[in-house]
Each structure stands twice: as structure tokens, then as C-alpha cells.
Write a protein that binds this ligand. Structure first.
Ligand SMILES: Nc1ncnc2c1ncn2[C@@H]1O[C@H](COP(=O)(O)OP(=O)(O)OP(=O)(O)O)[C@@H](O)[C@H]1O
Length: 233
């Protein structure tokens, strides 16, 4: 008889992580010891005042940066034991990013923007285009494959950015103010897409927001203040 599948490790575990920035001899303690677990299929909102450390935390959870101290595990692997290319590989396999400012290549078509992460994975061109088209269809942009970001609305551009984050089939989607540059109609559509990915595909969604109504939609609210988690519900 096949052994029962063990539950996998949590996607992300932060244990007492800190991050200090040193500037011209002055040290800024942006995070001062944060512990947090992101499980498979989670849906969490990170809130807190400006400058409290939310983006710094997102960058650390997403391995775009390393903690100054403390332990960070991605799928059970301690990031401090990985060199930069091993960390980049683990990040690419596990995590997708969506930013407030979209960060698309402006003069490159939607399908090419979305396919780009697959270039770094060595996926062949025909397969890249197929998967990019599927990701764009999943964000209701199947009719905009060859539009360029300069020819698209803000809401459409953010949906392209979500498709790009999705194309590698990440277990975790980290979104830093994903609706920050959108009006409420487009913001709602982006939220509906993130929620559908969470519900239907089990993608863990962690987002930073300044908007109370958006935070209230999440299953978990993590409140950050002065570099510490003040409250997590
Ligand atoms: N690269 C950096 N170099 C120096 N200090 C930084 C750097 N990035 C952030 N900080 C400082 O770290 C603290 C936390 O910044 P962070 O961007 O994480 O806050 P935030 O909660 O995301 O703010 P906001 O809501 O305004 O985006 C701030 O005091 C900020 O000035």
C-alpha cells in the first residue's frame, strides 16, 4: 500500500527576521524581529502605516532580499544555506510577484511580457507562448495578447502583471499594493482574479494594502507597526 502523503512544509516560515538598512553611517531597523507562517492556500493581508516595514517584509518573504538576522524557510529550506543562484531558482519555482506599478516592459506585447519568466526556465518558444496565452486567458485578457502595455488600461496592465506572476505556476503570490494605482472598478476585478486563483487553484495570496475594505476580504490580517507584527488575526 502506498504510504499516506505527508503534509508538505509550510510555504514560507519567518522566525524572528530582522532587516536593517545602513545609510551614511546611520542604521534604519526596518524590521525588528518578525515571525510569520504562510501556509499552502493562505489568503493574508498585510496592513500598517507608511514606513512600518510592509514592503521590506514582502521583499524578504519573496526572497528578493535576505534578512539581516533570523531564520527564513521557503518550503522547509533555510535561505541562509543557499547561494544567490540557488535562492533565485527556489524563488522562481515557488513565488510570483505583483507590484503596484505593474513593472511590465512597455513596448513588448502582453504575451511576450508574460512569457518572459519562462525564458529563464529554458522553456521552448512554442510552449512559452501557449502557457502565456493560457495565463492571459485566466485573467480575462485572451483578447489582448498582442497589445502592448502602452496600449492598455491600468487594470489591464495589472492583469498582465498577474498573468506574468502566474505563468510559472507559483504556490505563493505576493502582491504589494496590487490595486494601489487602480480605480475601484478595476481594483475589484483584480481582487476577484486573485481570489479566484486562491480558491480554485489553491495559490496562497499575500497582499499589502492601505485599503481597509480590501484587507477585510482576506482570511487573515497581519498588522505591522514600527517593524514588528502588532497583531495577526
Ligand atoms: N533601501 C532602503 N534603504 C534605506 N532605508 C530603507 C530602504 N527601504 C526602506 N527603508 C526604510 O525602512 C522603513 C520601512 O520601509 P518600507 O518600505 O518597508 O515601509 P512600508 O510599510 O512598505 O511603507 P509604505 O506603506 O509607505 O510603502 C522605512 O523607514 C524606510 O525609510
Amino acid at each position: 500500500m502506498a504510504p499516506e502523503a505527508e503534509p508538505g512544509p509550510a510555504q514560507i516560515v519567518a522566525d524572528g527576521i530582522t532587516r536593517s538598512y545602513r545609510m551614511e553611517g546611520v542604521s534604519v531597523d526596518a524590521l525588528r524581529g518578525v515571525s510569520l507562517t504562510i501556509e499552502e492556500g493562505d489568503y493574508a493581508a498585510i496592513i500598517g502605516p507608511s514606513g512600518s516595514g510592509k514592503s521590506t517584509l514582502m521583499h524578504l518573504l519573496g526572497c528578493l532580499d535576505r534578512p539581516t538576522s533570523g531564520k527564513l524557510l521557503i518550503r522547509g529550506r533555510d535561505v541562509s544555506s543557499l547561494n544567490d543562484s540557488e535562492l533565485a531558482e527556489l524563488r522562481n519555482q515557488t513565488i510570483g510577484f505583483v507590484f503596484q506599478a505593474f513593472q511590465l516592459l512597455p513596448r513588448t506585447t502582453a504575451i511576450e511580457n508574460v512569457a518572459l519568466p519562462l525564458v529563464y526556465r529554458g522553456v521552448r518558444r512554442a510552449e512559452r507562448r501557449k502557457r502565456a496565452a493560457e495565463a492571459l486567458e485566466a485573467v480575462n485578457l485572451g483578447h489582448r495578447l498582442t497589445h502592448k502595455p502602452t496600449q492598455m488600461s491600468g487594470g489591464e496592465q495589472q492583469r498582465v502583471a498577474i498573468a506574468r506572476a502566474l505563468v510559472g505556476e507559483p504556490a505563493v503570490l505576493l502582491a504589494d499594493e496590487p490595486t494601489g494605482n487602480l480605480d475601484s472598478v478595476n481594483g475589484d476585478e483584480v481582487m476577484a482574479i486573485l481570489e479566484r486563483l486562491n480558491k480554485d487553484r489553491g495559490v496562497a495570496v499575500v497582499l499589502v494594502t492601505h485599503e481597509a475594505e480590501i484587507a477585510a476580504r482576506a482570511r487573515r490580517i497581519i498588522r505591522v507597526r514600527d517593524g514588528l507584527i502588532e497583531e495577526a488575526v
